[in-house]
Design a protein around this ligand. Sequence first.
Ligand SMILES: Cc1cc2nc3c(=O)[nH]c(=O)nc-3n(C[C@H](O)[C@H](O)[C@H](O)COP(=O)(O)OP(=O)(O)OC[C@H]3O[C@@H](n4cnc5c(N)ncnc54)[C@H](O)[C@@H]3O)c2cc1C
Length: 57
Amino acid sequence: MKVVIIGAVAGGTTAATKIRRNDKSAEIILFEQDGDISYSACGIPYYVGEKSPKPNP
Ligand SMILES: Cc1cc2nc3c(=O)[nH]c(=O)nc-3n(C[C@H](O)[C@H](O)[C@H](O)COP(=O)(O)OP(=O)(O)OC[C@H]3O[C@@H](n4cnc5c(N)ncnc54)[C@H](O)[C@@H]3O)c2cc1C
């Protein structure tokens, strides 16, 4: 199976990992126009507001 996925944040990377789990030999090509993949968009307000909690030790 050959799959092309456009977008590599939540939806794209979830689709890619699910396909890989179901088909070890699948050819998966993931395109992302930005520099980062699979980042947490939900955390952007904390990052912008400099209110990001410290990571657990
Ligand atoms: C500030 C903020 C807070 C949020 N908080 C929450 C929350 O608390 N709880 C929650 O459940 N959800 C939250 N969300 C929503 C959640 O982040 C989104 O539902 C999720 O990011 C959607 O993922 P997605 O992969 O479908 O789309 P997107 O995150 O939009 O990713 C699509 C990607 O496709 C890329 N792309 C588009 N067109 C092309 C192209 N032609 N070529 C290459 N790449 C392309 C884009 O660059 C983008 O990176 C929040 C979102 C934001 C912005």
